[in-house]
Design a binder for this molecule. Structure first.
Ligand code: SF4
Ligand code: SF4
Length: 404
């Protein structure tokens, strides 16, 4: 444990603000809450790691507590470490080991994505998986794309004269939603910027959230080494997934004590990067009219990044587009959390606010930067859900980015 971590513990003034902002503690008494599981129990865990309690598994790692805490206590990081301690003492379930290996699942699904997608919708198999493994039989599963983003994009030629940026697509874009990465490439091409790609490991967040910290640490080191090579050559690193971004920039440092200073300087959310271009007068702000009214859901991990809603400034440049903020808090899915049988009902109860907001606004299309938020909103409401980059790409030219 670092001395910083102990110091942060002493910072807890026991105000309980984190408890009132915890979406899980709001809907279930199975989880004692961020203060109790975080700084309160951490005092015991520092002396006796076995003091970690199994209820720590109910923390969804949404990071709402970190955002709310007036004293800057790293509550969610304490919970992640505690989950790691619990798993190293008691082991992880087979279900959690599978759900944590998002990269491995993506690679396996590559062998026959359409068969995997069909099996995911085959109810008898889903009921069996619920009974045998504990994976909810009713939660919508992400669909795998026929070709990965890296397969679809890598054949493009690199134009040496253009500004180049490196893209960290994350597993969801690579295996499930390559259209988001292609939309980014389209938007950057509109601005005469070349997107470069590279094979990375999963950021490790699903492993961290399931307490498999040793494997996550190995992947973190691999990713950081590769990214550092590009940063040394002057590249900006672009992400489209707020959770990947937060994990790489903050969790690697907080959980694994890796130095992420250069990432914090050079890694940007796609819309942060576009905002920077806009400020520098380098953005091509020439957009086609888009007469749409769309709901916007801010992912928890974008909120935790503390960069506001960078897409708002850019999307308001599109003539005809109206973006309405759902302002409904956590969607409840939180990565693998809402796929777990015992957590599905909690996840849906948390997401009820999002469902109500979509219905009250009467919107049929929603945008959100996080693939898992998109899935949960679709599952809750049936609305068509996109990444904001797909809307921006639609306004850049004649391509069809919003048809589902
Ligand atoms: S990370 Fe989210 S679920 Fe976990 S304690 Fe904090 S607010 Fe609650
Ligand atoms: S919000 Fe921060 S200071 Fe207040 S109880 Fe929670 S951890 Fe302690």
């Amino acid at each position: 444990m670092s001395s910083d971590h102990r110091f942060a513990l002493d910072n807890c003034i026991k105000c309980s603000i984190c408890v009132s902002h915890c979406p899980v503690a709001r809907v279930t008494d199975k989880f004692a809450g961020p203060k109790q599981n975080g700084p309160d129990l951490e005092r015991f865990r520092l002396e006796e790691p076995a003091a970690v309690h199994s209820s720590i598994g109910y923390c969804s790692n949404c990071k709402g507590c970190d955002v709310a805490c007036p004293s800057g206590v790293a509550i969610s990081a304490m919970n992640c470490r505690a989950k790691g301690e619990y798993v190293s003492l008691h082991g992880a379930s087979l279900r959690d080991k599978i759900l944590a290996r998002v990269e491995g699942m993506g690679k396996a699904a590559r062998l026959a994505p359409s068969i995997v997608n069909r099996l995911a919708g085959f109810q008898p198999l889903r009921l069996l998986a619920e009974k045998m493994l504990g994976v909810s039989a009713v939660m919508t599963l992400p669909r795998y794309a026929e070709k990965t983003f890296l397969e679809l994009y890598k054949s493009k030629n690199i134009d040496e004269k253009k500004t180049k940026v490196l893209y960290y697509p994350g597993c969801y874009v690579n295996y499930n939603a390559p259209e988001v990465g292609l939309a980014l490439a389209e938007v950057l091409a509109h601005n005469n910027i070349q997107l470069e790609v590279e094979q990375f490991n999963c950021c490790g967040l699903p492993l961290i959230a399931n307490g498999l910290l040793d494997m996550a640490r190995d992947q973190a080191k691999n990713n950081l080494e590769k990214l550092q090579g590009y940063i040394n050559r002057g590249y900006h690193i672009i992400t489209t997934c707020p959770s990947c971004n937060l994990t790489l920039r903050r969790e690697y440092q907080e959980l694994f004590q890796l130095n992420t200073d250069s990432l914090n300087e050079k890694m940007l959310d796609a819309f942060e990067y576009l905002g920077m271009l806009l400020q520098q007068g380098k953005m091509v702000a020439r957009f086609e009219e888009l007469p749409l009214r769309i709901g916007y859901h801010q992912p928890c991990h974008l909120k935790a990044a503390g960069c506001g809603v960078p897409s708002r400034e850019i999307l308001q440049l599109i003539p005809g587009l109206r973006v309405e903020d759902l302002d409904a808090g956590c969607c409840g899915l939180s990565g693998s959390y809402g796929f777990k049988k015992e957590k599905y009902a909690i996840s849906q109860e948390i997401g009820r606010n999002v469902f109500n907001a979509v219905k009250e606004l009467g919107v049929h299309q929603v945008i959100s930067e996080c693939g898992m938020c998109q899935l949960q909103i679709y599952h809750l409401t049936g609305a068509a859900v996109y990444h904001p980059l797909q809307v921006l790409a639609q306004a850049c030219g004649p391509g069809r980015w919003l048809a589902k």
